[in-house]
Every structure is written in C-alpha cells, then in structure tokens.
Design a protein. Structure first.
Length: 263
C-alpha cells in the first residue's frame, strides 16, 4: 500500500508540472510530465507486472544546452511474486514499486543525434538476508539517424537481482516512423540482453540462463494529446528464470495496449 501511495504521489507531481511550464524561468529549463496506463508493463520484453496492468508516470527537466534530469515510476510485481534473485529463491516482499532516476546529455552532430547518460533503477522493498537487491546502475549511449536509433546500456554492478553482473549489456535497435498528417507512428525494435559475471555463470549452471533477445512491433495514434498504443512483443528465452511462482512465462509473446498523456 505504501508503494502505491508513493506512485500516486509521483503521478500527482507529474500532473502538477504543466502549471510550472507556463512560468518557467528564462534559464533555458523546460519541465514536462507523463502518465500512462498499460495492460502489461514490459521492459526489455519481460513482464514486470506479472502480465497484469500497471500505472506509470514521471517528470523531466531539460535544459536548452542538452542536459536533462528526470524520474519515472511504475507499479510492479515481479520481485514479490517471482523472487528472482541470484540464488533463485524467494527473498523479496512488499516490492510493488519501481522508481527510476536518470540524468544525461543529448545533442546532434549534423544529421546524427546522440544521447549519453546514467540511469538508476530503484526497487524499494523488504529483502531477506542473503538476497541480492534488484537495484541497478547503468550507463548508456545512443546514436540516431533519420528514423533509426542504436543504443547500448552497460551495467555497473548487480543487474536486476543478478549479483556481480558488471559488464552486462543491453543492445537496443529501434526504428520509428510517423505517418504525416495522421497522428499515427509505427515502430519496430530488436534487443539483446547479455548477462556476464559470476552471478550469471551460477544461473547458467543451474539451467536458468538470463541472457535473451527480444523484439517488438508497435503502432500509436495521437488523439489530441492522448496517445493510444498497440504493440506485440516476444523474447527468445525459454529459461525458467523468467517463469514466476504462478507459472506465468514473463517473456512470452503478448499484446500490450496502452493509454498515455504527456504534458
């Protein structure tokens, strides 16, 4: 319940940001906020909400120089109902919130855009003794040209509950094409999550390899600021590592419906 209240408070702050935008100082800073409802919260192709709906929201502060900072939150259930940690045992309770903070810099060189930054994933909750916390630190870099973007994220330590995973990477290749005068945007994505380190080696030895690839195709339609989305996503991984205690396969092919609003 506390985690839900925290997320609601974050969403309330997100809705409050638009009022600030009209009075933003002439310092070059621009605030924005967003809120979403999704039928399933997928991250890198893996359900974070036990294949159930989730509520999400966040806010950002961007400077005209290219510097930005922000935070984003979502309801989750994967830690509490899956117990996914290095030992492969249940060791997490009351973990119903993901709260991310990030900062970075983006710009362009000719027709090529770039974005570099740092992202901290926070999963507040009660962890049993010996359980590896899911809190994760990554740095990332992306380049974009025309409708295509390539991004790599690099883990600095433990990665989503897998201990000693520094050097693990996620490669994200995506394309986004907006159809003129329709409000429709088409998207395609391919990702490759690679786990390295002693924690990943132990999981692989136990037939719970966390390394996988994922893909997604999507379409969104903007209705005067309200964006409705439809996507299909799937992964290559059949490892029991991504099957929760309710026998739900968190990386199975699935359709996701979303409704979002950015202010």
């Amino acid at each position: 319940m506390l985690k839900t209240k925290l997320l609601v408070a974050a969403l309330g702050a997100a809705f409050a940001i638009p009022a600030m935008a009209d009075t933003a100082p002439a310092s070059g800073f621009t605030p924005s906020s967003n809120v979403s409802l999704v039928s399933d919260y997928l991250y890198r192709g893996i359900s974070q909400s036990g294949t159930n709906p989730a509520i999400q929201g966040g806010f950002d502060l961007a400077h005209s120089s290219g510097f930005y900072i922000g935070m984003w939150g979502s309801s989750i259930s994967w830690l509490g109902d899956a117990g996914m940690n290095t030992a492969g045992t249940t060791g997490v309770a009351n973990a119903g919130l993901e709260l991310d903070t990030y900062t970075g810099f983006k710009g362009s060189a000719g027709d090529v855009g770039y974005d570099v930054g740092y992202l901290r994933y926070n999963y507040p909750g009660t962890y049993s003794a010996g359980a590896t916390k899911a809190d994760t630190d990554e740095v990332y870099g992306a380049v974009s040209y025309s409708i295509v973007t390539a991004k790599v994220s690099y883990a600095l330590g433990d990665l989503f509950g897998v201990a000693k995973a520094a050097g693990s990477t996620y490669l994200d290749l995506s394309a986004s094409y907006a159809i003129a005068d329709t409000g429709i945007t088409l998207g395609a994505h391919y990702g490759a999550q690679t786990y390295t380190g002693s924690g990943a080696d132990a999981l692989k030895a136990a037939n719970q390899d966390p390394t996988y690839t994922d893909y997604k195709v999507s379409a969104t339609k903007d209705f005067s600021g309200y964006v409705v989305g439809l996507a299909y996503s799937g992964t290559s991984n059949a490892s029991p590592f991504y099957t929760n205690l309710q026998s739900k396969k968190l990386g199975q092919g699935t359709v996701v419906v979303s409704l979002s609003r950015t202010f």
